[in-house]
Design a protein around this ligand. Structure first.
Ligand SMILES: [Zn+2]
Length: 65
């Protein structure tokens, strides 16, 4: 199977997040809000750069302490 891996190397998928304002996936997600959850890790809300400038930034991880 090594030949298969060499011909088709596993590359990590590009980090794409959905913009919370326009709903479109963005390759340059900007964290604009952090929603704490009691039963798991915090949910980070992302926006695309175009929308991020229109959003009021909320607390980010590390800023809640
Ligand atoms: Zn957007």
């Amino acid at each position: 199977m090594s030949w298969h891996r060499q011909r088709f190397p596993l590359v990590p998928p590009e980090q794409a997040e959905t913009c919370c304002r326009c709903g479109k996936p963005t390759r340059i997600p900007v964290p604009v809000h952090c929603v704490p959850r009691a039963s798991g890790p915090d949910v980070i809300i992302y926006a695309c750069p175009n929308c991020a400038v229109h959003l009021v930034p909320g607390p980010l991880p590390g800023e809640l302490k």
